[in-house]
Design a protein around this ligand. Structure first.
Ligand SMILES: [Zn+2]
Length: 237
């Protein structure tokens, strides 16, 4: 009887052990894709993107431009109220102004962070550099990165570029095949995957691509998340 009981106990322990191992492994194996939209809030495109994200139940991250917030404050409030993340994309998006010096870039993003906090009660410290952190106007190096970190900012470039800024005329299907090709060539092992998109007035085809992209990444086992839950992402050459 004692032997029988101890066998059962061993079996239960083993089962519990395997069960917990499985749960742990599953957590570690989770994969996340982060859709990001630069250059808003715009009057028409951003609300249409928000409608589509709501329909698809996808959380996303919007890197907003200060001068557009003054033009479309109600659109910014919608991004906030629909629980998307909001990041910084300078006040002016003007390469001559925002990239005049490290200090100019930090000032533009600090000003934007203050505006978001004081007028909209939004805490934002994620930065997406216009044209990326390795842009040809003021490239981020270790010294610049340290200054940004000292000011409490976190930097996010991207893995997959939908090319919707360069070629907004591309159809949703073409945008999907561009993403597929970049994913398969370079990022198929990634557990975190950041996708660059735009919400300019000419980005209607980006909206068309969203359901296709959702299906593609969901079928690969990715879950959707906002960048507030992701590690920083940049290259320093
Ligand atoms: Zn931009």
């Amino acid at each position: 009887m004692v032997k029988f009981l101890s066998k059962i106990l061993t079996a239960i322990c083993l089962f519990t052990f395997i069960g917990s191992q499985k749960t742990l492994a599953n957590d570690e194996n989770k994969k996340f894709v982060y859709f990001t939209f630069d250059d808003g809030p715009t009057a028409k495109n951003t609300p249409m993107i928000l409608d589509k994200l709501k329909e698809l139940n996808i959380p996303a991250t919007f890197f907003v431009v200060g001068k557009l917030i003054n033009e479309n404050p109600q659109v910014l409030e919608r991004i906030r109220d629909e629980n998307h993340a909001i990041g910084l994309h300078t006040m002016s998006h003007n390469r001559n102004k925002c990239y005049a010096s490290h200090e100019a870039f930090i000032k533009e993003n600090s000003e934007l962070r203050d505006l978001l906090k004081s007028k909209f009660n939004i805490d934002a410290n994620l930065i997406r550099f216009p044209f990326g952190s390795q842009n040809s106007y003021l490239r981020m190096d270790k010294v610049f990165l340290e200054k940004l970190h000292n000011n409490g900012f976190k930097i996010y470039d991207w893995h997959i570029d939908t090319l919707d800024a360069l070629k907004p005329q591309n159809t949703g299907e073409t945008i999907l095949s561009i993403c597929k090709s970049q994913f398969q060539k370079r990022f198929s092992e990634n557990k975190n995957l950041v996708v660059l998109m735009h919400t300019n007035s000419n980005n209607n085809n980006t909206i068309e691509a969203l359901p296709l992209l959702k299906d593609y990444f969901s079928n690969l086992g990715y879950e959707f998340n906002t960048l507030t839950n992701a590690p920083e992402l940049y290259n320093i050459k």
